[in-house]
Design a binder for this molecule. Sequence first.
Ligand code: ADP
Ligand code: MG
Length: 254
Amino acid sequence: MGRIIAISNQKGGVGKTSTAINLAYGLAQNGKKVLLCDIDAQGNATTGLGVEKSGLKNSVYGVMIDSVPVKNAVIATKFDNLYLLPSSIDLAGAEVELVSMPRREKILLGALKEIKDEYDFIILDCPPAIGLLTINGLAAADGVLIPIQSEYYALEGLTQLMNTVKLVKRALNPELTIEGVLITMYDGRALISRQIYDEIVKYFGDKVFKTVIPRNIRISEAPSHGVPVAVHDKRCRGAVAYNQLVEEYLGRTK
Ligand code: ADP
Ligand code: MG
């Protein structure tokens, strides 16, 4: 049975999509069969893997709203072991369309159940809002991985996210766990970064990954080439850090 991990934080620009792409790629490189599901209408995980959205026949929108079988929407990427359930711009409307649908919080769960046992990991790149798409992601997930940007207001808004996780646990998905907390855009030279790290550890304890993702320009360049950072520049600090994250994560789940 595959493990479903939702990458979620309702703040935008904290590194959700970068983490989704690079974690998914790293796991795939380690011989795991991985499906990356892009459930954000912006579709950054889709384009970040070099997939042109305009050429797609199906997407996660069709799966969630028009009952398209999930198998018909999943595509292989140009990377070994890595598959994609792509997003498209019409997903922006899904947030409203879902409201009137029966079992509206569990539609993604239902779709992923059909293919869960075909993958080792299914990674969900969630949108930057706590709406029905994120709720669907949390309801379908075994664990939630929270990227937190290393900045002064890092913990702001996290109470809201933790309350949502608690509500989803209670009402929809009792087995949901915190898979881990990942500090991104870390600046090792700044004293404040160390203080922020300690503050986040105080809040989340050993859920916080020892690996931190540094601020690294290569990470932000990679999506424009449609590749993970390790393909863009294998030796850069960003690629090394995401590699280390994959090792730490696999070591934890053993
Ligand atoms: P989110 O999905 O949470 O909105 P993204 O992963 O899209 O966040 O990151 C937001 C922006 O910051 C993007 O332009 C991305 O390329 C860039 N970025 C993400 N992580 C890093 C990093 N560690 N160093 C430098 N830039 C980063
Ligand atoms: Mg994103």
